[in-house]
Design a protein around this ligand. Structure first.
Ligand code: COI
Length: 354
């Protein structure tokens, strides 16, 4: 693959660039692409390792029609965010965790991945080049989307001869804007992931098959879909874009990451914060019956952060959960975002300043 207008040094802002920036409505950021100035691109031949990539103006890429990603879905993505604090520092949340997860995924999909150090360095470089696009405090975050794709041409089923590591960014607001909580529908037909498959890595191919189910649910007025395990169809696994937690009494439970569930970085952080609050946290199988009997349910993810679930529908049964200021999800959301925005001391060492 070759990329348009490669350049190693940032270009000067043109009038068009200034206009693009001036047109952003920072008060109403949703979760849609707002093109920024630069993206990062690094390439590596199969059997070699990644060397330092470069910043190029954000834009379309040119790629072989025969590439591994286009033909066989050989690709991974990641998602993390940069935050602007009140005192104008730019912070990342646990970027090394995304780097590690990309390595696990690359191994599964037979790709070479950047090292954890290269990953974090590239993220920092990309965010710095797009610094002005990190929303003002309280208005949103800069969503960072790293990709690792098989970009070389491959006709028979095999790993691509060349891999591309690319990072682009976009200012974002809240992922699912609802007036209250999410209204989820349990999908009793489609299975998102199978044991031994790719459910545990951020493979691009895990996401397109859920779009139809999401669309159907949205047409019926739901916010999103919750999938069940493929082996029994009895246990809850994951929502199309995020992990799920249930609360009953002093126990917070979330499905075990045993190969079919994405090991979310927000998920992992939230289990730690819930323990800090004195809750007992269990990672285990959770049946639909238990889900329907929970007092409170919430979702976690980089894009959704921590979002309360207001209703859950399974076949013709619909249950309503606790909502509001007193809920655990409200407390956890506040604890997590206070750390991310630099409003409280980061005693966990989660934040990385750029
Ligand atoms: C994220 O939360 O970063 C994700 O990757 C979910 C995405 C599919 C929007």
């Amino acid at each position: 693959a070759s990329f348009v207008q490669p350049s190693s040094s940032p270009h000067l802002a043109s009038e068009e660039d200034e206009q693009k920036y001036a047109n952003v409505n920072w008060e109403e950021l949703g979760f849609g692409l707002i093109p920024t100035d630069y993206m990062y691109v690094a390439k590596c031949k199969q059997g070699e390792s990644f060397s330092e990539g470069k910043l190029v103006p954000y834009g379309d890429i040119s790629i072989s029609p025969c590439s591994g990603i286009l033909n066989y879905g050989q690709g991974l993505f990641e998602g993390l965010k940069a935050y602007r604090t009140e005192d104008e520092r730019i912070m990342l949340f646990r970027p090394n965790q995304n780097g590690l997860r990309m390595q696990t995924g690359a191994d599964k999909l037979c790709m070479t991945s950047p090292s954890e150090e290269q990953f974090v360095k590239a993220i920092k470089k990309t965010v710095l080049a797009n610094k002005k696009w990190v929303p003002p405090p309280g208005k949103g975050t800069l969503y960072i989307r790293p990709l690792l794709i098989g970009s070389g041409a491959v006709l028979g089923i095999a790993s691509a001869p060349e891999f591309t590591f690319l990072i682009y960014v976009s200012p974002v607001g809240i992922y699912q804007q609802t007036s209250s909580g999410l209204n989820l529908k349990v999908d009793h037909q489609h299975r998102r992931a199978h044991s031994g498959g790719t459910g545990c890595v951020k493979s691009c191919t895990n996401y397109s098959p859920v779009v139809k189910k999401m669309q159907e649910a949205k047409a019926l007025g739901f916010s999103d879909v919750l999938f069940l395990d493929a082996a029994t169809g009895r246990n809850i696994e994951e929502v199309s874009t995020c992990n799920i937690f249930i609360v009953k009494g002093n126990v917070v439970s979330t499905p075990l990451t045993s190969g079919t569930i994405l090991p979310g970085i927000t998920r992992k952080s939230i289990t730690e914060l819930a323990r800090d609050l004195g809750y007992q946290v269990q990672e285990r199988d959770i049946s639909v019956d238990e889900l329907l009997e929970a007092e409170e349910v919430f979702c976690t993810g980089t894009a959704v952060v921590v979002q309360a679930v207001e209703t859950m529908t399974f076949h013709d049964k619909k249950v309503k959960y606790m909502m509001g200021e007193e809920t655990l999800s409200t407390k956890l959301h506040s604890m997590l975002t206070s750390i991310q925005k630099g409003l409280v001391e980061d005693t966990k060492g989660w934040m990385v300043e750029i």
